[in-house]
Structure formats: C-alpha cells, structure tokens
Design a protein around this ligand. Structure first.
Ligand SMILES: [Zn+2]
Length: 254
C-alpha cells in the first residue's frame, strides 16, 4: 500500500484526466494521497476533491509566496477557515529563501505551526533554502507531528530533523538525485515517507508527475536500504499510520 503525502491534485494540470490519474494511482497500489492547498482558492478546491474521492486527504495551508500577496486580515480569515474545515494535515506552509520578506514568512509560518498543534494534525513543511530557520522555529515552538517535504538542506540539519522525531517525505527525483539517495541512506527507515508533489517534481524533466509514481520511489528506496520493495512499502505505510492515524509513536521517541 503506497502513500503520497504531498501532491497538488487541484492544479489545472489534472483537469482533463483526473479520474484516470486516480485510477492509475489505485492500480499502482496507492492507499492515500494527501493533496495540499496553497491559497484560499486552492484550499477550497482541495476540500471539494477530498469530499468526492475518499482516497484524497485534504491538507490546507498558504504557500509562502501566496502568503506574501495577502494582507494580515486575509491570512487570519483563511486560518479561521482552515480551523473550521478540520483538515487531515496543515500544508503547504513553511519558509522559502528564494522569496523575499523572510520576517513576514516567519510570522505566517508560526501561526501555522501553532494551528497544527491546536488541531493535533501533522504539519507538512516546505523549507527551500531556509532549512535551518525552519528547523529552529519548529523546535522552538515544540512541533511534534512534522513531515519535512522535499528536504534539500545539509545532512547535519537532516540529523536534527531525525533526532527531533520528525519525518522526511522523499520525492520521485530520488531516481537521479544523489542528494536524496544520500539522505535515504543516512536517515532511519522509521523516519521516511513518500511524496510526489504532483504535478511537479517529476523524475523525468518536463513530464507531469502523478501519485502512481510513488511506486518508483519505493523501489529506489528499497534498493538503497538493501531491503525488498515490499518491506520498504510496508515500512513507509506503517510510518504513515503512526503519524497520521495516531498509531503508537514509540519508535520515534516522541
Ligand atoms: Zn508542493
């Protein structure tokens, strides 16, 4: 049973053949797809999709660059909407060093860290070119249920993430990215999940990504860890169950 903890099924890339994409995911053995909203409009679309298709779980949030286009009161209103909507996870939120106004980004991220704690749901975090700031904030605010999506930072920061009991979601680009291969080699299997970020981050440049391709990621991870593909799949599924469905947290020392 495969898991995709980070995708964007509301993006227009899927408009034409959405049912086929989900069919292929089910055929590949995908059990759950978490689809993350990036702004108010996207959050509503994600809720609509999740309401129609039980395999899709709604994560709601405001992407860093989208937050920069919103006023403080618009952000507050959206947080109120997310609180009322009872999301499966809080995402896509985080810090991004390729965008300006890091102070505003931090203020918004802090609100989402606190929201995820209040709702007691996992926080799936974007941390591009701001990995140490992201980890510092998560630790200071004592976030517990955390998934760091598409982590591209230093291995020393990865170690802190692992030591804090947080998880990594591994994208399809592990097929060719030595950085992700190294990450999977170093991090314990109990701290690994799979994601696609579909339609983005395809293993093949220029090709649309989709949740079914999580199968290829599992294959690669199994190869790196030197275990059978079935064993890796089971491990990732158990990690998902533990974090998202409230199973025993013991293995993560939380
Ligand atoms: Zn994303």
């Amino acid at each position: 049973m495969l898991i995709d903890v980070h995708s964007h099924l509301d993006f227009p890339d899927f408009e034409k053949d959405f049912d086929k994409v989900l069919e292929r995911a089910k055929e590949a053995g995908v059990f759950a797809i978490i689809s993350a909203g990036v702004n108010p409009e996207s959050n509503r679309k994600v809720l609509e999709i999740a309401g129609k298709y039980p395999i899709v779980k709604p994560a709601l949030g405001i992407y860093p660059s989208d937050a920069l286009k919103m006023s403080d009161s618009e952000i507050e209103n959206e947080i109120g909407f997310i609180r009322k909507s009872g999301p499966f996870a809080v995402s896509e939120v985080g810090l991004d060093g390729t965008y300006p106004e890091m102070e505003k980004q931090k203020l918004v991220f802090e609100k989402f860290i606190m929201l995820a704690k209040e709702l007691d749901v996992p926080l799936i975090v974007h941390s591009r070119k701001a990995e140490s700031e992201t980890v510092e904030m998560l630790a200071r605010l004592e976030a517990k249920k955390v998934v760091v999506h598409c982590f591209m930072g230093k291995l020393s920061i990865a170690k802190q993430i692992e030591d804090n009991g947080w998880l990594f979601s591994v994208p399809c680009i592990i097929q060719t990215s030595s950085q992700f291969q190294e990450l999977v080699k170093k991090v314990k299997s109990t701290h690994l999940l799979t994601e696609t970020d579909a339609p983005l981050l395809s293993a093949v440049k220029g090709k649309r990504n989709e949740p079914a391709f999580a199968a290829d990621t599992i294959k690669k991870m199994a190869e790196i860890k030197g275990v059978a593909k079935e064993e890796m799949e089971k491990m990732v599924f158990m990690n998902y169950q533990r974090l998202f469905m409230g199973g025993p947290q013991k293995a993560l020392n939380l």
